[in-house]
Design a protein around this ligand. Structure first.
Ligand SMILES: *[C@@H]1O[C@H](CO)[C@@H](O)[C@H](O)[C@H]1NC(C)=O
Ligand SMILES: *[C@@H]1O[C@H](CO)[C@@H](O)[C@H](O)[C@H]1NC(C)=O
Ligand SMILES: *[C@@H]1O[C@H](CO)[C@@H](O)[C@H](O)[C@H]1NC(C)=O
Ligand SMILES: *[C@@H]1O[C@H](CO)[C@@H](O)[C@H](O)[C@H]1NC(C)=O
Ligand SMILES: *[C@@H]1O[C@H](CO)[C@@H](O)[C@H](O)[C@H]1NC(C)=O
Ligand SMILES: *[C@@H]1O[C@H](CO)[C@@H](O)[C@H](O)[C@H]1NC(C)=O
Length: 243
C-alpha cells in the first residue's frame, strides 16, 4: 500500500514534470534563456570524477552530474537570440526544482556586462532562500517582477548584458542558468509583456530573506542566530499553474 502510494506520487510528479517540459523546456522562464541545458550524459566513472570531461573516442563532452552545474551559465555559450529587458530593471521568472537536493536553496542573481561578459561578478540580488515541497525534483515557478540593475551600473538602450541565476543547493553546489539580454527603454513594446501567465509564484514554494550583517562577531551564537532574527517568511498566494 505504502509502495503503491509512493509510486503514484512519483507517477504524478513525472506527469507534472513532463507537463512542465512540454510547456517550457526551461529554467529561466522570463525573460528567456540561452538554451536547454537540462542534460546529463556519461557516467561519473567515464569522466573520472570530473564535472565535464572530454571523450576522445568520439570527440564529445560528458556532463555526468548535469550540464547546469558548470560555471558560468551552465555550460551554454553566449547566444545571439537576446531578449529585450528594461534599462531600469525588470521581471525574472524561474523554475528552481529541476534537480534533486533543492528542498532549500539559496538564489543569487548576477549580471555580466557586454556582448561576451568578462565575468558574471556584478551582484544584482541575493542571496535569498527558497523552500520547496521536497528534496526530489518538483515543479513550480517564482517570479520577481522588478529585479534591479547591479548597484552603480547604468546602461542605455541597445547595451548588451547577461543575467545569470545561481541556485546553491542544500548541499552547497551551484546550478547556473543564463539569459542574454539587450536593454530597451522601460515600457518599450519590444520587451515581452509581463503577465500572470509568465510571472507568478507557485503556492508550493516559499521565500526566506537572508539578511547579512556587517561585522559578525566571534562565537557560535552569531553563526546560528535565532530564526526570527534573520529570516522572515514571506507568504504568497498565487496558485501553481502547471496543469
Ligand atoms: C535561444 O535559442 C535557443 C536554441 O534555439 C532556445 O532554446 C532558446 O529558448 C532561445 N532563447 C531565447 C531567449 O529566445
Ligand atoms: C560518445 O560515446 C559514448 C560512449 O563512449 C556514447 O555514450 C555517446 O552517446 C557518444 N556520443 C556521441 C555524440 O556520439
Ligand atoms: C553530451 O551532451 C552534449 C550536449 O548535447 C553533447 O554535445 C555531447 O556530445 C554529449 N556527450 C556524449 C559523450 O554523448
Ligand atoms: C568584471 O567585469 C567588469 C566589466 O564588466 C570589470 O569592470 C570588473 O573589474 C570585473 N571584475 C572582476 C572581479 O573581474
Ligand atoms: C556604489 O557607489 C557608492 C558611492 O560611490 C559606494 O558607496 C558603494 O560602495 C558602491 N556600491 C558598489 C556595489 O559598488
Ligand atoms: C513572489 O514572491 C516574492 C517574495 O515574496 C515577491 O517579491 C514577488 O513579488 C512575488 N511575485 C509575484 C509575481 O507576486
Amino acid at each position: 500500500m505504502a509502495m503503491q502510494q509512493l509510486s503514484l506520487r512519483w507517477a504524478t510528479l513525472i506527469v507534472l514534470l513532463w507537463a512542465a517540459v512540454a510547456r517550457a523546456h526551461t529554467i529561466i522562464t522570463y525573460p528567456g534563456y540561452r538554451g536547454n541545458n537540462l542534460l546529463t550524459n556519461g557516467t561519473v566513472a567515464e569522466a573520472n570524477g570530473l564535472g565535464v570531461a572530454y571523450n576522445s573516442k568520439n570527440d564529445s563532452l560528458y556532463y555526468p552530474y548535469g550540464m547546469e552545474w558548470i560555471y558560468p551559465c551552465g555550460g551554454m555559450p553566449t547566444s545571439t537570440n537576446r531578449s529585450y529587458w528594461p534599462v531600469g530593471g525588470g521581471a525574472l521568472a524561474m523554475q528552481p526544482g529541476w534537480f534533486p537536493g533543492h528542498e532549500t536553496a539559496l538564489i543569487y542573481i548576477n549580471m555580466g556586462l557586454g556582448e561576451v561578459p568578462e565575468n558574471m561578478s556584478h551582484t544584482v540580488l541575493g542571496p535569498f532562500q527558497i523552500t520547496g515541497p521536497s528534496n526530489n525534483p518538483y515543479p513550480g515557478t517564482f517570479c520577481l517582477p522588478q529585479v534591479p540593475l547591479p548597484a552603480n551600473i547604468s546602461v542605455k538602450p541597445g547595451d548588451f548584458a547577461t543575467i545569470q541565476v545561481v541556485e546553491a543547493a542544500k548541499h552547497g553546489a551551484g546550478l547556473f542558468n543564463c539569459v542574454d539580454i539587450i536593454f530597451a527603454e522601460n515600457g518599450d513594446s519590444k520587451i515581452a509583456e509581463v503577465t500572470t501567465d509568465n510571472c507568478f509564484n507557485s503556492s508550493d514554494l516559499s521565500f526566506q530573506y537572508v539578511y547579512t550583517t556587517s561585522g559578525i562577531g566571534s562565537g557560535a551564537a552569531m553563526l546560528q542566530p535565532p530564526r526570527h532574527m534573520w529570516t522572515a517568511v514571506v507568504p504568497f498566494l498565487l496558485a501553481a499553474a502547471f496543469m
